[in-house]
Design a protein around this ligand. Structure first.
Ligand code: GDD
Ligand code: MN
Length: 369
């Protein structure tokens, strides 16, 4: 029988923990071919959450308790996972809030997702069938929805709808392989980093709908300012998409800079200058993208694979030059030339950027499988 360990981080959850543990073990009958164990990771809660767990351990032999210092949610999970690797040897692990915001009756859905072949199953509040609490204040709703949209577009990974959800199931060797990398992220960033790493290493991620309920007892430990600034910094430093946009801007500066120098100062023929500057920018972009934006899926080190990729890169880049010049000329013909720079910006933002990002991912820097 395969073992499932549910890791429950707790800090002052004395009003919730007993009911939750009872409700989780009640699900054992719905996942009969799995052996269910619970690991509570308690940060020395002053309200004696740990004592309640110790009392329940007499009733449930599959209930474990790890007591750690208080250092946030991410730390609680990474220590909990490490303990499970060392002592419990589960096939599957789950993350779940201990404040009854997550309904234990959803556990079988996660397990089925894994049985169908996913490496990570995320409980999403933003797909059909899922929801955020109706009684959340407007600002909290907007904040939650906006943060998730921001992450989706920041990573340009639109298929994941709930990056911060704390209800999920992950195969233990998948989390084992990335724990050293993600454990440096504290608090809620840990959740985002786990998804990002699973995707970057070619893992299969699916979502199931969950209805998130507001806690009845105790209070939320989330700090909004820390949360938002953390997300922005994480995306700026980790998103291939943002790095790709920055590389594009550098390319733009190189292209214009060289053209200006050759045309204005050195009096080159315009088409020759354009050819030289555009190709220099293309070479620079290729190098930056390979060693920075898409470093995690860098092309194999051989002359053959580099030259093949470089030719493809030139083809894609020429395609964007053609799209851009034809597009801008069409708009100018219809709408006049006064706002040409606006057309240029719009074409780059809405056509060129998605076009090249998709093609790079499809043909040049493919996902490692
Ligand atoms: N051990 C330990 N140590 N547990 C902690 C700590 C800590 O320092 N801080 C929080 N927890 C536990 C809480 O006791 C609870 O069981 C769970 O982590 C979630 O904490 P909440 O404070 O209830 O979080 P929330 O409801 O504001 O946040 C929810 O939404 C986030 C964003 O969507 C959770 O679902 C998060 O997982 C989610 O990332
Ligand atoms: Mn909560």
């Amino acid at each position: 029988m395969k073992k499932l360990t549910i890791v429950l981080p707790t800090y002052n959850e004395s009003g919730n923990i007993e009911k939750l543990i009872n409700d989780i073990f009640a699900e054992q009958k719905n996942i009969a071919n799995w052996e269910l164990t619970i690991l509570v990771v308690d940060s020395k809660s002053p309200d004696k959450t740990g004592e309640i767990v110790k009392k329940l351990q007499k009733k449930y032999h599959q209930l474990y308790l790890l007591e750690i210092e208080k250092a946030g949610l991410g730390k609680a999970y990474s220590e909990g996972f490490q303990y499970a690797f060392d002592h419990l040897n589960p096939y599957l692990m789950m993350e779940m809030d201990a404040d009854i915001s997550h309904d234990p009756r959803d556990i079988p859905k996660f397990v089925h997702g894994i049985e169908k072949g996913a490496d990570l199953v995320i409980g999403s509040r933003y797909i059909k069938g899922g929801s955020i609490p109706k009684d959340w204040g407007l600002h909290r709703k907007i904040f939650s929805i906006f943060a998730n949209l921001f992450i989706r577009f920041g990573f340009m990974k639109l298929t994941i709808t709930d990056w911060t959800s704390g209800y999920r199931a992950i195969k233990s060797w998948v989390i084992k392989n990335l724990i050293n990398h993600v454990k440096k992220y504290s608090g809620y960033l840990f959740q985002i980093a786990v998804i990002d790493e699973v995707l970057k290493t070619g893992g299969h991620v699916t979502e199931v709908p969950i209805k998130f309920k507001e806690r009845k007892f105790g209070k939320s430990k989330i700090s909004f300012i820390q949360y938002i600034s953390g997300i922005v910094i994480y995306i700026l430093t980790n998103s291939s998409f943002i790095k790709f946009v920055i590389v594009g801007l550098i390319g733009f500066v190189i292209d214009f800079g060289i053209s200006y120098l050759l045309i204005e100062k050195l009096r080159f023929t315009v088409w020759v200058a354009t050819l030289i500057s555009a190709e220099t920018a293309i070479v620079a972009n290729f190098v930056f993208n390979n060693f920075w934006s898409f470093a995690h899926k860098k092309i194999e080190h051989s002359f053959k694979s580099y030259s093949g990729s470089f030719i493809k890169f030139n083809v894609v880049s020429s395609g964007s030059l053609i799209i851009q010049s034809v597009g801008i000329q069409l708009l100018v013909n219809f709408l006049g030339r006064k706002l040409w720079y606006l057309y240029k910006v719009l074409i780059i933002a809405f056509i060129i950027i998605p076009y090249s990002y998709v093609l790079y991912n499809k043909f040049i820097w493919k996902e490692k499988k």
